[in-house]
Every structure is written in structure tokens, then in C-alpha cells.
Design a protein around this ligand. Structure first.
Ligand code: HEC
Ligand code: HEC
Length: 305
């Protein structure tokens, strides 16, 4: 189904399509009736390339037949398939349904392959080169556009190859993140902190937590203001995976580094979303992906026979 903004456009498109077909028929009819005055030698008088003369013969019957056949084909096609504005066509065919049927078919064919993977724990699967090759392919197709092809992320998109986790890095947590998605929300906190100066002070206190360059006088003053942040980031600033609140003491920054970035976080807050993959990917694919992501920050136990 096409999504026209107004019913008029549906009629317009259908009208132009049908008018085109009718015009083809008219062209055939008119040229068949109109007699061009031919010379006595049955040429039109047009000459090209010095000696190529144009004859005035009627169109061959087989050609006219083909022409009419294509028009009949076109009309039947437009009855069967969507082509006239928002008319769905008698076959009710859609690209989306065809795509979904193909995906379902592929999923069915791959089921036996995945069955041997789902039977194993993610930690074991991480040692299976076949499973990891499939995991990498799935990652490239579904995750790399946000997390990067090396899974190291970028501003706003977390690095999945380190041991710093917003929502937890155990295999079951990773699988949960991929299946259901995650939303990390930090509300604007300026009002709870106080004046713009207070916000600067608390930002310097946050920087001091990871020993990043900071103004130590401001950090001292900002310390007491951090109580407004502790509910989510913890008294010690080490974060809380249940809320997706990042560890502020590790010098790993998802939304930019430095006083300015932190002041802007406090003033504006942030909502960051990882889209749920359930429905897009099968449970088995997510199982393999979870294992692949886990393996990135958990190198293989050495010496496997
Ligand atoms: C549209 C962009 C987008 C896509 C596609 C995407 N992600 Fe994410 N992902 C995010 C964002 C943004 C976050 C951070 C959410 C937050 O801040 O709480 C995230 C978070 C995560 C986390 C949690 C990281 C942590 O530190 O706890 C994991 C694991 C993850 N993604 C894996 C995946 C996998 C696997 C795929 C592919 C199936 C994927 N993501 C596809 C945007 C995306
Ligand atoms: C209601 C919970 C909540 C409160 C209160 C809160 N935060 Fe946050 N904060 C979060 C969450 C959740 C994120 C991660 C957002 C995301 O998923 O990208 C975050 C992210 C941040 C970041 C970005 C970290 C990075 O790696 O880039 C900074 C800095 C930060 N908070 C500072 C503060 C400060 C300072 C306060 C107090 C004034 C505060 N937060 C209060 C929940 C909270």
C-alpha cells in the first residue's frame, strides 16, 4: 500500500498511468489511419546517410499484435498487482509480505544450524569459531551501524569491547539488553543542583572522581552537590547497572569528556536508546550475538585442546 498524503494523489497517479496506456493505443490507431502521401516509388522522401531512404509501408501485423499484447499485459498486471495509486491489486501482493515470508523461510532453514548453538552456554559458544563467525556477521548487519564495525562505539553509542558496562556485562544481561532494548534516561538536574556556578562545581567534582584534570577548589565546593546525583550514580559515583547510570569514576565517557560536556549533561539531561531486537532477530540469533558481544571483552581461556 502506498502512503499518499491525500486521496487526490492516489487518483492522480492512477490517472497518469491509465492515460499513458490509452495514449499508446491512440497513437497506434491514429498512425494506422493517417495516410502519408507517398511518392510513386512508395518512399516518404526522407533520406539518411546519403542513400538510406524511408519506405512508407504499413506496420507489420506481428508488430501490431505484440504492441497490443503488451498493453493487455499491462492492464492485467495493474489489476493483479498494486500499481494504480493506492489500489492494492487483486493478488494483495506486498513487498513487505514477500520479504517477511523469505525471512521466515530462511529462519526455518537455519533452525537446525542454530539448534546446536542454543544448546550451549554463551561462554562455551565463545570458543566455537563457527558460532563466532556467524555472530560477527550478525553484528555487522544489525549492530555495526551504531556500535561501529569493531564494536568500539562512538559518542553516545557505547563501546562493547571494553569491560565498562552501563547495563551489566554478564551474558544474560547482554542477551536481555539485545532482546528488550534499553533506555538510559538522565533527567535535567540543574534545578536540583543550584546556580550555574554550582553546576560547574559539581562537574569539577565529577572530573576529580577519575582524576581527570579539574579545578580542585571548585571540586571541593561541588562535592556536597553530588548528593543530587547519588540516587542514580551512587554515593561513590560508581554507577548503577539497574538504572543504566554510568560509572563516573573510570574516565570512560559516553557523552564526551571535560567540564563542558558534564555541565551540558547536568543542564539538559539525556535519553539514549538501544532498540529492542526481539521480532527483528530470532532468539537463537540473539543467543549467538550475545555470546559474540560477550567474547569481545572476555578473551578465550587459553589452551583449549
Ligand atoms: C540505532 C542504534 C543501535 C543499534 C542498531 C544497536 N544499538 Fe546497542 N545500543 C545503542 C545505544 C544508544 C545504547 C546505549 C543505551 C543507553 O545509553 O542506555 C546501546 C547499548 C547496547 C548494549 C549495552 C551496553 C552497556 O554498556 O551495557 C549492548 C550490549 C548493545 N547495545 C548491543 C547491541 C547489539 C548486539 C546490537 C545489534 C543487534 C545493537 N546493540 C544494535 C544503540 C544501538
Ligand atoms: C535519575 C537518575 C540520574 C540522576 C539523578 C543523575 N544521572 Fe547522570 N546519568 C544517568 C543515566 C541513566 C545516564 C546515562 C544516559 C545514557 O544512557 O546515555 C547518565 C549519564 C551521566 C553522565 C555522562 C557519563 C558519560 O559517560 O558520558 C554524566 C557526566 C552524568 N550523568 C552526571 C550526572 C550528575 C553530575 C548528576 C547530578 C547533578 C547526575 N548525573 C544525576 C542517570 C542519572
Amino acid at each position: 500500500m502506498s502512503d499518499f498524503t491525500h486521496g487526490f494523489w492516489s487518483l492522480f497517479v492512477a490517472g497518469v498511468t491509465l492515460a499513458g496506456i490509452v495514449a499508446c493505443l491512440l497513437l497506434l490507431w491514429v498512425t494506422a489511419r493517417k495516410k502519408v502521401a507517398a511518392r510513386s516509388d512508395n518512399t516518404t522522401g526522407h533520406v539518411w546517410d546519403e542513400d538510406l531512404t524511408e519506405m512508407n509501408n504499413p506496420l507489420p501485423l506481428w508488430w501490431v499484435g505484440m504492441f497490443i499484447l503488451t498493453i493487455v499485459f499491462g492492464l492485467l498486471y495493474l489489476v493483479a498487482y498494486p500499481g494504480l495509486g493506492s489500489y492494492e491489486g487483486e493478488m494483495r501482493w506486498t513487498q513487505k509480505a514477500e520479504y517477511e515470508a523469505e525471512v521466515a523461510q530462511a529462519d526455518r532453514e537455519l533452525e537446525p544450524l542454530y539448534a546446536q548453538f542454543t544448546a550451549r552456554k554463551p561462554e562455551e559458544l565463545a570458543a566455537d569459531p563457527n558460532a563466532m563467525a556467524i555472530g560477527e556477521r550478525l553484528f555487522m548487519n544489525n549492530c555495526a551501524q551504531c556500535h561501529g564495525s569493531d564494536a568500539r562505539g562512538s559518542k553516545g553509542f557505547p563501546n562493547l569491547a571494553d569491560r565498562d558496562w552501563l547495563h551489566g556485562g554478564a551474558p544474560d544481561k547482554i542477551v536481555e539488553t539485545i532482546t528488550k532494548g534499553r533506555v538510559g534516561t538522565m533527567p535535567p538536574m540543574a534545578a536540583a543542583v543550584g546556580s550555574p556556578d554550582d553546576v560547574k562545581n559539581v562537574a569539577n567534582y565529577v572530573l576529580s572522581l577519575s582524576n581527570a584534570p579539574h579545578d580542585s577548589v571548585r571540586a571541593q565546593l561541588g562535592r556536597s552537590k553530588f548528593t543530587a546525583c547519588a540516587a542514580c550514580h551512587g554515593n561513590d559515583g560508581k554507577g548503577n547497572p539497574a538504572l543504566g547510570a554510568p560509572n563516573l569514576t573510570d574516565d570512560i565517557w559516553l557523552h564526551g569528556w571535560g567540564e563542558q560536556a558534564i555541565v551540558s549533561m547536568v543542564n539538559n539531561g539525556k535519553t539514549n536508546e538501544m532498540p529492542a531486537q526481539a521480532g527483528k532477530l530470532t532468539d537463537a540469533q540473539i543467543h549467538v550475538l550475545g555470546s559474540y558481544v560477550w567474547s569481545l571483552s572476555n578473551p578465550l581461556p587459553l589452551a583449549r585442546p
